[in-house]
Design a protein around this ligand. Structure first.
Ligand code: DER
Length: 218
């Protein structure tokens, strides 16, 4: 992992923070690095900011760092930063390795400015090159959704297994996650997947308002 490059892009995010900001905070290891840098600035400059987290682990990490939290009930994000698993030339994304794509997509949709922080390992010519598409589904819809995903061209569907317990991952929304391989992901794929009854959200982000910040590999 190119930590050096990730640290640089994390520092770039921390530099963007202004006193009074409400930040949408994505999930994943690159975001962790940005939060460490932001926590330093809060301490040194007595910045007054609030974060809206997209996962339990991010909430816990922010609390540990002394970054105050808020919710979408009380605040709208001024801007957001998040990672990604893949970025294609049209700035479409695959996200969801961390299983938080429902709240990540909600926050990105609510935020006027979104920075996606990646290193060069995430840049692909074609979505689906290195990562499956994560899809969060209502548990009892499993067999129906699998059948519909195959109609959409899914060639391999894996029910994401839990680690440290038997059975599948249970998301924070009490749902299951399918990791789906598609050979061809066209611009309608996100909508088509979302249109299947039982699908809560997918990790496909096609045509969202995102700015890609790529760490150089130095
Ligand atoms: O799960 C997610 O969507 C994360 O943002 C992930 O895609 C990036 O995680 P990383 O920064 O640990 O690679």
């Amino acid at each position: 992992i190119n930590i050096g490059g990730k640290q640089k892009v994390a520092a770039q995010i921390a530099e963007k923070v202004k006193d009074g900001d409400v930040l949408g905070i994505g999930s994943g290891s690159t975001v962790y690095l940005a939060l460490l840098a932001i926590a330093d600035r809060i301490k040194n400059e007595k910045l007054n900011i609030k974060g809206i987290p997209t996962s339990l682990e991010i909430s816990m990490f922010c609390s540990k760092l002394g970054i105050p939290l808020t919710t979408l009930f009380e605040n709208k994000p001024d801007w957001l930063f998040d990672g990604a698993d893949e970025v294609d030339p049209n700035k479409s994304l695959i996200k969801g390795r961390g299983g938080a794509m429902f709240k990540e997509k909600l926050l990105i949709s609510c935020s006027p400015v979104n920075y996606i922080i990646v290193d060069e390992s995430k840049i692909v010519d074609k979505l689906g090159t290195n990562f499956p598409v994560p899809i969060e589904i209502f548990p009892q819809s499993l067999l129906y959704v699998e059948q519909e995903l195959k109609q959409l061209g899914a060639t391999n569907i894996l029910l994401r297994p839990a680690k440290g317990k038997d059975g599948p991952i249970i998301s924070e929304n009490n749902n299951l996650i399918l990791d789906c391989k598609f050979n061809d992901i066209d611009s309608n794929m996100e909508k088509n997947i979302k249109g299947i009854t039982g699908v809560i959200e997918s990790g496909l982000f096609i045509g969202y308002n995102v700015n890609i910040l790529e760490a150089e590999n130095k």
